[in-house]
Design a protein around this ligand. Sequence first.
Ligand SMILES: NCc1[nH]cc(CCC(=O)O)c1CC(=O)O
Length: 309
Amino acid sequence: MRRKVTVGTRDSALALWQTRWVIGQLEKQHPEVTFEVVEMKTKGDKMLDVALAKIGDKGLFTKELEIAMQNKEIDFAVHSLKDMPTALPEGLTIGAVCKRDNPGDALVSKDGRKLSQLPRGARIGTSSLRRCAQLLSYRPDLQLESLRGNLNTRMKKLAAERLDGIILAAAGIIRMGWEDMIAEIIPFNICLPAVGQGAISVECREDDRDILEMLKTIEHSETRVATDAERSLLRHLEGGCQVPIGAYGQVKNKRLTLSALVSTLDGSQVLRTQGEAEIDGAKALGIEVAEKLLTMGGKEILQKVRSGE
Ligand SMILES: NCc1[nH]cc(CCC(=O)O)c1CC(=O)O
């Protein structure tokens, strides 16, 4: 085993927290190894004020790290699985998917009100098409305002822009130590999470045996299986950030379930379905549930959203 390992990460507070967490776990098993952290800015970090759906680039938060990995400047990179494209660049692989934290979306509101208690026409900050569509479907009176930036920036905008609330991934809020600010984890029947939400992933070179071996110690097989199903669904729908798509996989009693959703941007049409399979059938289940959505009318919805109608 090598003595020194170089780890790439974005430089946001959340990314650094996640990277330190991964290194902390690895150090328990490999006290002889020194981990050196290399902070990098990705294109997504340089365009933090632009709506993701408008940039529409795959690998916005990963590409620079991936190039550094291919060039052997870093040995592995720590990501939020949610930010990873479903197709990886040549020669790279996901060496570990770690145990998922709370996968839900959380409401942080002005005076701790829950979603159902917000006044009519309340102004809610989120730039995610998936969150907007589902919130509008539940409460068409809500006014959704664009909200981008790192978690710190978004939290500050709650007060600065006098919003009634903002929606963020629960996992991110909890990792930053702001759990007390969560008014409500929004139930999945109202807002189904993004593919991979709440899971940290580690990407590395697929031929780097030492690193692959090392990463096995932080792999969580149930999270891997669940998120494999979600990512397979997203790949089949050719999702990305331009279409409201939600999915949540879960392993219970050695069975895998996958719930999924496709919606129009305004939440006027929301399709939901689910499926179940053995745990070794994650990829096939993702495709099966995606196909179900497409035949239920998802095909027309995807066409509508993509053509900008
Ligand atoms: N899109 C940015 C992003 N990527 C991962 C997380 C949260 C952490 C996670 O899902 O593991 C967030 C913040 C958010 O969506 O509020």
